[in-house]
Design a protein around this ligand. Structure first.
Ligand code: GLN
Length: 479
């Protein structure tokens, strides 16, 4: 049984033909994890007994002719900020280290309802704040393609997991690029759905107006299969969209079968193609544009003029929301409580010891921009500019069907290379505008840096609720 870059659709066939059982499949992945994760560090923890029991249950269903879906029995690994009942959910923070989830996130319920097996706790930047996994309170995750380099972040564990064949698919979350950027660094596919497409219920909130759960996987069809499963209205999330969801895997299959981009117009936002791009990224973007044309697509120049404010706006809005969301982690109701002298001292000591430096920096920034006297100057203004950024995208999508951009300005960097927080923040420059606008995007492997051999990705962005068209195009592009 070959699990190398195995897709959900291929594994489904093997399971359904009886070539392999779910138990054998899970054991095969665990064997690979045991062999390699000591070096990679993708997982914080795995409840093996629970996983293998779920596999046996799936095999029993299959033997009885009662599978829940074509994907019954396939393991899906989970980022440590998504709740799985009775498993730990630490967000890679010391503060939440002792916490176990009392319930399943809606996305996890959806996977379980299809018989899939959510397992493991994947490393991440603490509370999803970061771009390299270096902000995890517990461990480093190394890029499986070059262990001297970071896997990206904050869903670095998820990307490394798929790239190292520890699972065919992993769930991540994307607030400012945290699915797409690590997917790009590790050479896998990653999707940020339209805001509201996937329920955030059971995802520990970082910045609630930006967060989305999405898949990291080996191809566009698998991304579609997972999105078909986890998308849709959820009464537990007030920002969940009522729109019908589905048909995403079918769209990807069509794209792959046709291998054509005929009739599609790709916009190239000029602000994403000026200077600053590493030569390897620039070369892969040129090749991607040539590939689009060769497949029958058309490219047009467009402009997203407010892009230059995106990083600043993001780091005001995201930190403001984070400071409010993280206020609940006070060592009283949630998290590790430190011995202290009275209520306020409990807050100081528990939060002081529990949060890492980057999380503290964001809470301070966020509290500042929300404080009276500064609220209008920072937070309110940032919200207004956010509207302008969204309108830029809406204008651009009048002139084209999809946008093509880089995901990152450079391939995966080395550990400690970006020790200045501002340098790290700037590494999100091509991904965060899409979270501010709410539209959807996918990171697809598009080439390599010939000097280092590291993968380089292209980003395809689509209008709100445009996942089907986006996946269809991505599948054709990847073929
Ligand atoms: N790297 C960005 C940040 O540090 C985005 C993180 C994310 O998408 N969760 O905030």
């Amino acid at each position: 049984m070959d699990i190398k870059h195995a897709t959900l659709h291929a594994l489904s066939q093997e399971l359904n033909s009886g070539a392999v059982s779910s138990l054998e499949l899970c054991q095969e992945y665990l064997k690979n994890i045991d062999a390699k994760d000591g070096e990679i560090g993708a997982f914080l923890e795995i409840d093996r007994e629970h996983m293998l029991q779920a596999a046996k249950d799936s095999d029993a269903r299959r033997a009885a002719g009662k599978v829940l879906s074509a994907y019954d029995g396939i393991p899906v690994a989970v980022k440590d900020n998504i709740c799985v009942k009775d498993e730990r959910c630490s967000c890679a923070s010391k503060l939440l280290a002792p916490v176990k989830s009392p319930y399943d996130a809606t996305a996890i319920c959806a996977l379980k309802n299809q018989g899939m097996i959510p397992f493991g706790r994947l490393n991440m930047d603490e509370f999803a704040m970061g771009s390299s996994c270096e902000n995890s309170a517990f461990q480093k995750t190394r890029n499986p393609l070059d262990t001297s380099r970071v896997p990206g972040g904050s869903s670095g564990g998820s990307a490394a997991c798929v790239a190292a064949d520890f699972a065919p698919v992993a769930l991540g979350s994307d607030t400012g690029g945290s699915i797409r950027q690590p997917a790009a660094f590790c050479g896998v596919v990653g999707v940020k759905p339209t805001y509201g497409r996937v329920s955030r219920y059971g995802l520990v909130a970082f910045a609630s107006s930006l967060d989305q759960i999405g898949p990291l996987c080996n191809d566009a069809e698998d991304a579609g299969i997972i999105l078909d499963t986890i998308s849709g209205f959820d009464p537990h999330d007030s920002t969940s969209l009522p729109n019908a969801a589905g048909g995403f895997a079918d769209a990807a299959r069509q794209g792959k079968a046709s291998g054509s981009l005929a009739g599609l117009k790709f916009g190239l936002p000029k602000e994403y193609f000026t200077g600053g791009l590493d030569s390897a990224v620039a070369k892969v973007m040129d090749e991607s544009i040539a590939r689009i044309k060769a497949l029958g697509g058309e490219v047009v120049d467009v402009s997203l003029p407010h892009t230059k404010y995106a990083v600043a706006v993001y780091y005001i809005i995201a930190t403001a929301e984070a400071s409010a969301n993280l206020a609940r982690f006070d060592g009283i109701r949630y998290g590790d409580r430190k011995k202290a002298d009275g209520l306020v001292d409990t807050y100081y000591k528990s939060r002081g010891a529990g949060f890492g430096d980057e999380v503290k920096r964001r809470i301070l920034l966020g509290t500042y921009v929300l404080s009276s006297g500064y609220y209008d100057a920072y937070y309110l203004r940032a919200q207004r500019v956010r509207t302008l950024i969204r309108r830029d995208f809406e204008e651009a999508f009048k002139q084209c069907d999809l946008l093509l951009t880089p995901v990152t300005a450079q391939p995966a960097f080395k550990f400690n290379e970006k020790s200045d927080p501002l340098q790290m923040y700037l590494s999100d420059i091509f991904t965060i505008a899409l979270n501010l606008s709410g539209h959807c995007g996918i990171s697809v492997p598009a080439g390599f840096d010939s000097a280092t051999g590291m993968p380089v990705a292209a980003q395809i962005m689509a209008p709100a609720l445009g996942e089907a068209a986006m996946l269809k195009a991505a599948a054709a592009f990847m073929k």
